[in-house]
Design a protein around this ligand. Structure first.
Ligand SMILES: NC(=O)c1ccc[n+]([C@@H]2O[C@H](COP(=O)([O-])OP(=O)(O)OC[C@H]3O[C@@H](n4cnc5c(N)ncnc54)[C@H](OP(=O)(O)O)[C@@H]3O)[C@@H](O)[C@H]2O)c1
Length: 246
């Protein structure tokens, strides 16, 4: 399969490595300074596009994919506020876009079981929850898309509503209806997400730690293999089982 990358940083290079190992051809990468005619040529030659670039580039990339009718896998994070608008644009145009803030298959399973466990325990008296994410200093957005996904899915499952906040209020106690989603930026850490549960008699920590970027790249490439036959605006959560069976 011919693939064009959008962005050729740490993740773009990992995708190239994994895609090549799976027998695909990476035609090239669109960078910030790639001229429009070259962009168009790279997109037209590709069967599928994979974007790991910057949030500011995502609306233009979606438009280009729709104009050229190319399926687009988006791994770039930090554009959640535009997600609904872009999803409508894709659905109206009959395009194919799949977005995941974290393409690690293990992380999707981690989120699933973490939410199930936390929502069950938080129904009991005296349980509290927090989420922590750690990433390298070069990460452009905070908190991570994955931590937001975990927090928002947990919020949706709780019988007693609680919303996440990035820090306790200054000089005040943390209200009972809030929980902390804390962010650490440290060295070259690939990505750690941790769910902390504190009960009257027990303490539980669930941690996912990426050992390299290749797990994200692998999930994105598997999705790129599945996407061309499927129109719509998809999340990895919606299609993971189908992707793994394809
Ligand atoms: N979904 C996941 O599983 C997952 C996993 C890891 C990371 N991410 C996300 O993926 C994105 C990229 O991460 P990274 O670590 O690869 O970042 P990175 O190393 O900083 O690379 C970003 C790349 O995007 C390019 N870029 C920036 N603006 C662009 C534009 N307007 N058009 C085209 N290319 C542009 C940069 O080009 P220049 O070199 O010209 O600046 C660079 O090549 C981030 O949003 C990150 O949060 C997602």
């Amino acid at each position: 399969m011919r693939i064009t990358l959008i962005g050729y940083g740490r993740m773009g290079q990992a995708v190239e490595r994994v895609a090549t190992a799976r027998g695909h051809t990476v035609l090239g990468a669109i960078r910030r300074d790639t001229p429009p005619t070259e962009r168009l040529a790279l997109v037209r030659e590709a069967k599928v596009l994979i974007d790991f670039s910057h949030a500011s580039a995502v609306p233009d990339t979606v438009e280009l994919a729709l104009q050229t009718q190319r399926p687009l896998v988006i791994g770039t994070t930090g554009w959640d506020s535009q997600r609904e608008t872009l999803a409508q644009q894709v659905l109206q145009a009959g395009g194919s876009v799949l977005y995941a803030p974290n393409f690690s298959i293990a992380v999707q399973r981690f989120i699933h079981y973490a939410v199930a466990l936390a929502s069950e325990l938080l129904r009991l008296e005296g349980w509290d929850v927090a989420i922590e994410e750690i990433h390298h200093r070069g990460k452009a957005d905070a908190p991570s898309g994955t931590a937001r996904q975990l927090a928002e899915r947990l919020q949706a499952q709780l019988t007693t509503p609680r919303t996440w906040v990035p820090a306790p209020p200054a000089q005040a106690r943390l209200p009972k209806e809030q929980f902390i989603l804390s962010t650490i930026r440290l060295g070259s850490e690939f990505g750690t997400h941790r769910l902390l549960l504190d009960g009257p008699y027990d303490w539980i920590e669930l941690t996912h730690r990426a050992k390299s970027r290749d797990g994200f790249a692998y999930g994105a490439v598997r999705c790129a293999e599945w996407l061309p036959q499927h129109t719509g605006f998809w999340s990895l959560e919606q299609v993971l089982d189908r992707v793994l069976q394809s």
